[in-house]
Design a protein around this ligand. Structure first.
Ligand SMILES: C[S@@+](CC[C@H](N)C(=O)[O-])C[C@H]1O[C@@H](n2cnc3c(N)ncnc32)[C@H](O)[C@@H]1O
Length: 311
């Protein structure tokens, strides 16, 4: 996941980069450089998720900590996301086992614990594991493991394996290896569900303290096919992109109205609630209309993917 503050822009996006990507210190790759040569540094990624800076572990996990949106904005996103993949979640047997890979502070595990028989989460951040344990430790069907998903996966089989904003922190080779390992832990009729921030084409990197790679849907499809035969379903995640729209507007305000305080609970909340009031336009008609004209807005999109073993 992550916001427009993190991405570099190419083509259309390049034209608007200066306007849309202000504030934070995060360094983007030089658009001219060979993007394939860049490798993410897992120590930096681990460090980032050990620190709340401002906000709580839960807001860092949901990546809402850099904006002063009300807590209900994160709830809104989660509720809308559940609606988007409701059918996929319904397809999983309620007696089944679920693995949440890169579970963060446990927002999705909480949902899974209510729906399914057994839920295991794994995350490499001590802070996230602690927060998830505080939130869910009392539930008898939940177990949380502190470990690196590249080495410490629990044994399967699982009826659903969920990766919410995880692959963006892994290099391509690690994604393919991870999917290979997850495939062997999937029950015959099981599904891997991923949620990832996406670009309109190619790959873009966030560098510096915050490191991530944003891939297009096509790049993800190539990675999936690199790890074997999957049936792939894709859905746009409007719950997430609506929040990113608000973040991009806050970034614009911070850049173009420097006389206003940069870090303002009132102005940030006002942006969120303003967009919610005109939701049929701001969150429904506008993104769909712009898509018709191939204009990516917000710059960073978000998609859900479902992978099932090809028979
Ligand atoms: C943006 S958060 C998403 C949390 C949660 N999945 C959600 O959807 O709310 C990404 C999480 O992935 C974890 N993570 C990143 N790389 C990891 C790795 N190699 N092994 C385990 N966890 C990792 C981070 O610690 C962080 O908690």
């Amino acid at each position: 996941m992550r916001t427009s503050t993190h991405i570099q822009s190419l083509g259309f996006m390049h034209k608007y980069r200066k306007k849309l990507c202000p504030v934070k210190q995060r360094k983007m790759m030089d658009p001219q450089s060979n993007e394939d040569e860049h490798q993410l540094n897992n120590s930096a990624i681990k460090r980032y998720f050990e620190n709340t800076n401002k906000g709580s572990a839960s807001s860092v996990s949901m990546m809402t900590h850099e904006y002063n949106f009300p807590t209900s904005a994160a709830t809104y996103r989660l509720r809308k996301e559940q609606r988007t993949i409701r059918k996929w979640l319904d397809d999983v047997d309620s007696y089944g086992s679920v693995l949440d890979v890169g579970c963060g502070a446990g927002s999705w595990m909480e949902i899974f614990a209510k729906r399914y028989n057994r839920v295991i989460g794994i995350d490499q951040s001590n802070m996230m594991v602690k927060a998830a344990n505080e939130k869910l430790g009392h539930l008898s069907n939940v177990k949380i493991i502190n470990g690196d998903v590249r080495h410490d996966l629990p044994k399967g089989p699982f009826d659903m394996i969920f990766l919410g904003g995880l692959c963006m922190y892994l290099n391509d080779a690690d994604v393919v290896e991870l999917l290979d390992a997850l495939k062997t832990r999937l029950s015959e009729s099981g599904a891997i569900i991923l949620r990832e921030s996406t670009t309109s084409r190619g790959k873009k990197y966030a560098q510096g303290q915050y490191q991530a790679v944003y891939r297009s849907v096509n790049v993800y499809n190539d990675l999936f096919s690199g790890s074997g035969a999957f049936h792939v379903d894709v859905q746009r995640n409007y719950g997430y992109t609506n929040l990113v729209t608000a973040e991009e507007l806050v970034n614009l305000r911070r850049r173009w109205l420097p006389i206003l305080p940069k870090d303002s609970i009132s102005y940030d909340s006002l942006t969120w609630w303003g967009l919610r009031v005109i939701e049929p336009i701001s969150f429904w008609a506008l993104p769909r209309t712009l898509t018709q004209f191939n204009i990516p807005w917000p710059i960073l999109q978000n998609h859900f993917f479902r992978l099932r073993l090809a028979k």
